[in-house]
Design a protein around this ligand. Structure first.
Ligand SMILES: NC(=O)c1ccc[n+]([C@@H]2O[C@H](COP(=O)([O-])OP(=O)(O)OC[C@H]3O[C@@H](n4cnc5c(N)ncnc54)[C@H](OP(=O)(O)O)[C@@H]3O)[C@@H](O)[C@H]2O)c1
Length: 280
C-alpha cells in the first residue's frame, strides 16, 4: 500500500495504524479530528485526491450509550459522512478500508455471525454503523469493510484499561456475564487489515482475537493479572442497565479471515500482552 490517508488517526485504532505504517516504513498521511472532520465534505475532498491509493477510515462516533440520545449525530458521522467519503473515493479511484462492528447484528444467533448474515442492529450506534455499511456498498467503491468487536489497546478508553484500573484498588467487581463476544487487540486488527488489503482482498471480513468470552470472563482474566486479590463476580445485564441495549451474543465468524492469514491469536494471550505494554 502506498499513498495512504489515515482518517481518525488519534483514536484507539487510528494510532495503531499510524504506528504500524511508520514501523513498516510505509508512507502515509494521518489526519486527526482537528485536521479533518469527516462531516465536512470539502475538507474530505481536499485530503482524498487523485493519486490516493487507499483511505483507511478509523474515524467514528463510538459512544454507544450517548448515541441513543444523539442518533442524528451518530448517523451523520458513521453513516452519511462515510457514504460521501466512499463516493469521493470512487470518483478519484481510491480504495476504502472501513471499520464496522458486531453491533450491526441483533445478538439472537447461537453460532458465530458469518459476514453475509443480515444486519439487524438493536441500538442507535449499531444502526448508524449499518447505515455506513449500506452506503459504502451502494457507492460501488472498491472497498474492504472490516467488522470487529470489543477493541482494546494499551492506550485510549477501553474495557481492558478500565478494569485494570478498577481491579488495582477494589476488593471485588461485578461484571455482566450474559453478553458474549470476541475481544480484539487493536494492533492485531490493524496488522490483519493491512495483510488482507495487501493480499488484494475486497468486500466484508471479520477480524477479532480467537476464542470467545463474556465481559465477566474478560474482566476475571484482567483482574487475575493485575490484582489476584480482587474477586470478580458475574451479574446480569438487567442488574446493570445501560441506555443502549446490547446484543447478547455478538461472536463474529472469523473463519474466512483465518483461511487467508492463518490462525488468529487467542484473546487471553493478546490481553496479557497488551496489559504488559501499558505504560504507567
Ligand atoms: N471500540 C470498539 O470496541 C469497537 C468495536 C467494534 C468496531 N469498532 C469500530 O472500529 C473503528 C475504530 O474505533 P476506535 O475504538 O478506535 O474509536 P475511537 O477510539 O473512538 O476513535 C475514533 C476517532 O474518530 C474521531 N472522530 C469522531 N468524530 C469524528 C469526525 N466527525 N471526523 C473525524 N474524526 C472523528 C474521534 O475523535 P474524538 O475522540 O475526539 O471524538 C476519535 O479520535 C470505528 O469504526 C468503530 O466503530 C470499535
Amino acid at each position: 500500500m502506498s499513498d495512504i490517508v489515515i482518517i481518525g488517526a488519534d483514536g484507539m485504532l487510528g494510532r495503531c495504524w499510524t504506528e504500524l505504517l511508520t514501523a513498516r516504513g510505509i508512507g502515509h498521511v494521518a489526519t486527526t479530528l482537528a485536521e479533518l472532520d469527516i462531516r465536512d465534505s470539502s475538507a474530505v475532498d481536499s485530503f482524498i485526491e487523485p493519486g490516493t491509493e487507499w483511505v483507511v477510515n478509523c474515524a467514528a462516533y463510538t459512544l454507544v450509550d450517548a448515541a441513543e440520545e444523539h442518533e442524528a449525530l451518530a448517523n451523520e458521522v458513521n453513516g452519511y459522512a462515510v457514504g460521501r467519503m466512499a463516493e469521493r473515493c470512487q470518483t478519484v479511484g481510491a480504495k476504502l478500508l472501513h471499520y464496522s462492528t458486531d453491533y450491526v447484528f441483533d445478538g439472537t444467533a447461537t453460532t458465530p455471525y458469518p459476514t453475509g448474515h443480515a444486519r439487524n442492529p438493536v441500538n442507535a450506534y449499531g444502526r448508524s454503523k449499518a447505515l455506513g455499511e449500506e452506503l459504502i456498498e451502494r457507492s460501488r467503491v472498491e472497498h474492504l469493510l472490516v467488522r470487529s468487536s470489543w477493541l482494546y489497546a494499551p492506550w485510549a478508553k477501553n474495557f481492558v484499561l478500565t478494569i485494570r484500573e478498577l481491579a488495582k484498588y477494589r476488593d471485588s467487581l461485578r461484571v455482566v456475564g450474559d453478553q458474549r463476544g470476541r475481544p480484539t487487540d487493536s494492533r492485531k486488527l490493524a496488522e490483519v487489515s493491512l495483510a488482507l488489503a495487501e493480499k488484494g482482498r475486497r468486500g466484508v471480513f471479520h477480524v477479532t482475537d480467537a476464542g470467545e468470552c463474556s465481559w465477566f470472563e474478560l474482566a476475571a482474566l484482567i483482574a487475575g493479572v493485575v490484582n489476584p486479590d480482587c474477586r470478580v463476580e458475574p451479574c446480569s445485564s438487567e442488574e446493570f442497565p445501560r441506555p443502549a441495549p446490547r446484543p447478547a451474543y455478538s461472536v463474529l465468524d472469523i473463519s474466512a479471515t483465518e483461511e487467508l492469514v492463518g490462525p488468529l491469536i487467542p484473546w487471553e494471550d493478546r490481553v496479557r500482552d497488551v496489559l504488559a505494554r501499558v505504560e504507567g
